[in-house]
Design a protein around this ligand. Sequence first.
Ligand code: AQP
Length: 338
Amino acid sequence: MAERERVLSGVQPTGQATLGNFLGAFRQWRIQQEEYESTFLIVDQHALTVEHDPAALREGTLQMAALLFAVGIDPTRSTVVVQSHVAGHAQLAWLMECTATYGELSRMIQFKDKSRGSAMVRAGLFTYPALMAADILLYQTDLVPVGEDQSQHIELTRTVATRFNHAYGDIFTIPRAVIPPLAARVMDLSHPEAKMSKSSADGQGNIYLLDSDDQIRRKIAKAKTDLFNEVLYVEDDPARAGVRNLLEILAVLTDREPKDVASNFVRYGDLKEATATAVIEQLSPIRERYQDYMGDRSQLVSWLAIGRERASEVASQTLSRAYDAIGFLPSKEVTYGD
Ligand code: AQP
């Protein structure tokens, strides 16, 4: 039987996960785990690129694991692993930093966005895409399901992997990004020109996966629309971004095309009501399962230990091949990547 293709993606355990994370990433992961050999990373090392609180990081990591399982990531089918549990990520990241160029890293939009206006930019924020490349390449990944905001990082991963392979031998699989056709960029409900982001300043335009039904209804009722007063799906018109966002959210949750969804509504109020109902239907069982999982922390910890064990196997193989290819002297005493 042919080997199944490998899927890998990750999420930072910072802040509260949003509907953007769910529609852009988690929902795809849940579907893809049926078909592909899947690894999902809780990227705690990435969380150090900006100011952080150690206790919150530790708790957030366990909470993110509970959330992924609550969303439907199945620990018997998929490997869920905490990035810092597998040393190979940091080890391979150095090789990637020495393969990527300063110019390439300087062009990363996320670096420009996150460093803007900050007096103390951590060096890790600059080199973060090299660590992300290592995350992906360590597992010989074929497919990386992500939201649109990550496509530039996947492109860089392909570039450095290709460069490394040309220089040192055929070590890495060249991965491809899988961006969902709809809701690849869920927008902030109050500021529909900006991405819904868990680190956004006031959070009023975010639907959090653990929001109560009431909070979801209230936030969607207040979502910014426009003065056109017609429910139309128009791509690429900034003036209609709010309505477009609601239509895309409802379309993806009801498995329809946004234009068809639009044709069912005349009033913005009715569109908001239907969107809120669909979001609640999707999120409220996740919220309940999350509470159950958080009530059994030792179960979470042991699933993560199983994840670590499975992940380490592939990671250590890739790392020793990469170390060997780049010219490091092997030592019998050292086992890499776990
Ligand atoms: N608004 C979004 N629409 C679609 N997909 C999104 N993703 C994030 N926001 C949206 C996707 O979620 C996955 C995990 O993201 P992450 O937490 O690792 O980092 P991020 O991309 O930086 O997401 P946030 O919410 O904006 O986090 P902060 O605020 O901490 O930086 C990724 O696949 C991402 O594409």
